[in-house]
Design a protein around this ligand. Structure first.
Ligand code: ATP
Ligand code: MG
Length: 254
């Protein structure tokens, strides 16, 4: 069974000189599964993510969620829009600096009324903040008053408020300090179980992906070069490019 099915995706940028950012990529994510997407800078990971959430229009190929082809974000049904949520790399710039945390969550509830709590909204808000490890007092604060890690927890809460089926995390912990990175990663692992989330987890850091992914897909220059269970891809890579990524990761750790 698959939840997300990306079929033969091709995305180019530019008119005269075309950059082929994604070149025939197919991948799938099963319910409750986390797929790690790795590859060096410029390999096309973010472009795949942006296409999945509907921010980029593919030249060709299909993005299918639960058997339904997804169009661009403006054309997506409210349900499809809600079903795929994204957590971005920079926690601060992905939040509106003028909005309090309570307003950020309230906006989700207004945009997607089916997600709005029926009873006590304050209690629901505090429950959501508690889910992502934030104190209720954070509700009144704005991003400038919060740490990077707290902002990223707010971004995760905002995504969860929409009750998504699939969470797309694009370098979601990369901008955080190492100790905070580990905490936010742990949170994502916990939430995945608690909320039965599927994830497309993008990172250039194999060590991070290792901790969360069930399967790993490796991109190079717009193409998928290897894909399989995390233990196989990391333990016995089939493609020399994957091996070179592993070697580079080991060198960094030395
Ligand atoms: N909006 C855009 N316009 C033109 N070219 C783009 C655009 N977005 C991405 N590209 C190009 O597409 C290719 C893939 O970029 P992408 O950002 O998807 O890579 P990435 O794997 O996410 O890299 P990183 O690890 O640095 O985040 C690159 O050559 C990039 O320069
Ligand atoms: Mg990227």
């Amino acid at each position: 069974m698959t939840l997300l099915d990306v079929r033969d995706l091709r995305i180019t940028f530019g008119r005269r000189t075309k950059v082929v950012a994604v070149d025939g990529v197919s991948l799938s994510v099963a319910p409750d599964e986390t797929v790690g997407l790795v590859g060096e800078s410029g390999s096309g990971k973010t472009t795949v993510a942006r296409a999945v959430v509907g921010l980029v229009r593919p030249d060709s190929g299909a993005i299918v969620l639960d058997g339904q082809p997804l169009g661009r974000i403006g054309r997506r049904s409210a349900a499809a829009h809600r079903a795929v949520q994204m957590v971005f790399q920079d926690p601060r710039s992905s939040l509106n600096p003028r909005m309090t945390v309570a307003a950020v969550i309230d906006e989700v509830w207004r945009t997607h009324p089916v997600t709005a709590p029926e009873g006590d909204r304050t209690a629901a808000l505090h429950g959501l903040l508690d889910d992502v490890g934030l104190d209720a007092s954070v509700a009144r604060q704005r991003p400038s008053e919060l740490s990077g890690g707290q902002c990223q927890r707010v971004s995760i809460a905002r995504a969860l408020a929409a009750k998504p089926r699939l969470l797309v995390c694009d370098e979601a912990v990369s901008a955080l300090d190492v100790s905070v990175q580990a905490q936010v990663l742990r949170l994502l692992v916990d939430l995945r179980e608690k909320h039965h989330l599927s994830m497309l987890f993008i990172s250039h850091d194999l060590g991070v992906v290792h901790q969360i992914a069930d399967r790993i897909a490796v991109m190079r220059r717009g193409e998928l070069v290897e894909e399989g269970p995390a233990a196989d891809v990391l333990g016995a890579p089939q493609h020399e490019y994957t091996q070179s990524l592993l070697d580079a990761a080991l060198e960094l750790n030395e």
